[in-house]
Design a protein around this ligand. Structure first.
Ligand code: HEC
Length: 297
């Protein structure tokens, strides 16, 4: 099979055959699920996207790069948007550099490169689930590799008859906490954990919690005084622009993309519900549950 992956990197037709033969085509079936062993060695995978000049789409990776341990299953997304007023069909090819790494770069879910149709102004996030085979570190040719680039190019296709409808990846699909978890790891864990304060406050249980209420975290006076109780809407406005939402707040990043925010919030909500469920035994206590969590003023 590895030989095949080496080949298909250069041939969309073979890649299609490969998908057909193994049944990947958009189903949830997994290849060798993630490799049996996950090693401590990490590599950085960068994503690169290109688009032929006659295809008026925007096409970009949702994340520029990810760091993965060898053997670790990773889910990433690529966003495509049709900028034109008519439905257009494209197909993608991919390649992995350095070339010699192609053998070890394994996809377990592909946005299989059939011809793909995007309706006018439609925007979709296409998932790619991959891992880097730990055998990479055993091969004398590749053991020094610390960076891999996965590159996709979308071309315009004339034949639109058999095109698959990319709306299966429509951004208006229901919120996806699993994707949110991946995004949380990529975008938030530099400063946040669920269970402890880091540069930012602990976020486990944040859904429904009062802003500025994690003990031992040194909040900005602005957030402490905000009176916000984190719900869907407030979290969305906060993530879109923390300082626009609470002037004087100290969170330095913004998440401009609505779908990214939606899925991260779905994840935080799921974690909050799981986290607070056991506490509900004492819900009749006179003291509100979150009182003990409130930071001293
Ligand atoms: C570069 C660091 C950094 C990153 C990255 C970051 N945050 Fe924050 N976050 C902070 C800081 C600092 C605060 C405290 C703000 C204040 O006190 O004004 C904060 C506060 C928050 C709060 C308010 C929590 C409370 O207890 O009231 C939420 C919710 C939050 N962040 C969510 C996120 C999410 C979700 C992400 C990822 C999309 C994220 N943050 C990424 C630094 C960061």
């Amino acid at each position: 099979m590895s030989v095949m992956i080496g080949l298909v990197a250069y041939s969309p037709t073979l890649y299609r055959l490969f998908c057909a033969a193994t049944g990947y085509g958009g189903t949830t079936q997994r290849a060798d699920s993630a490799a049996a062993s996950v090693s401590d060695k990490t590599v950085t995978v960068r994503f690169d996207t290109n688009i032929a000049s006659d295809l008026p789409w925007r096409f970009e990776p949702v994340q520029r790069d990810v760091k993965v341990r060898l053997g670790e299953d990773k889910l990433v997304f690529f966003r495509a948007e049709n900028l034109s007023d008519k439905a257009l069909v494209g197909h993608a090819t991919f390649n992995v550099t350095p070339d010699k790494v192609g053998l070890y770069f394994k996809k377990i879910q592909c946005f299989c490169f059939d011809d793909e149709r995007l309706e006018p102004h439609q925007q979709v996030d296409m998932p790619v689930d991959f891992f880097v085979d730990p055998a990479l570190a055993q091969d004398p040719d590749t053991q020094d590799v610390s960076e891999i680039t996965l590159s996709y190019t979308f071309f315009r296709t004339a034949d639109s008859e058999k095109a698959k409808d990319l709306s299966r990846f429509l951004v208006s699909a229901p919120p996806d906490p699993h994707r949110g978890e991946e995004l949380f790891e990529q975008r938030c864990t530099a400063c946040h954990a669920l269970d402890r304060n880091k540069a930012g406050p602990a976020l486990g249980g944040v859904f429904g919690r009062r802003a500025g209420s994690v003990p031992g975290y040194n909040y900005s006076p602005a957030l402490l005084a905000s009176g916000v109780e984190w719900d869907q809407d407030d979290l969305d406005r906060w993530l879109a622009d923390p300082r626009g939402f609470v002037a004087g707040a100290r969170m330095p990043i913004k998440i401009p993309d609505a779908t990214t925010r939606r899925d991260i919030i779905a994840y935080l909500k799921r974690e909050s519900i799981e986290e607070t469920a056991p506490l509900q035994h004492s819900a009749s206590d006179a003291v509100p549950q979150h009182a003990s969590l409130r930071a001293p003023k």
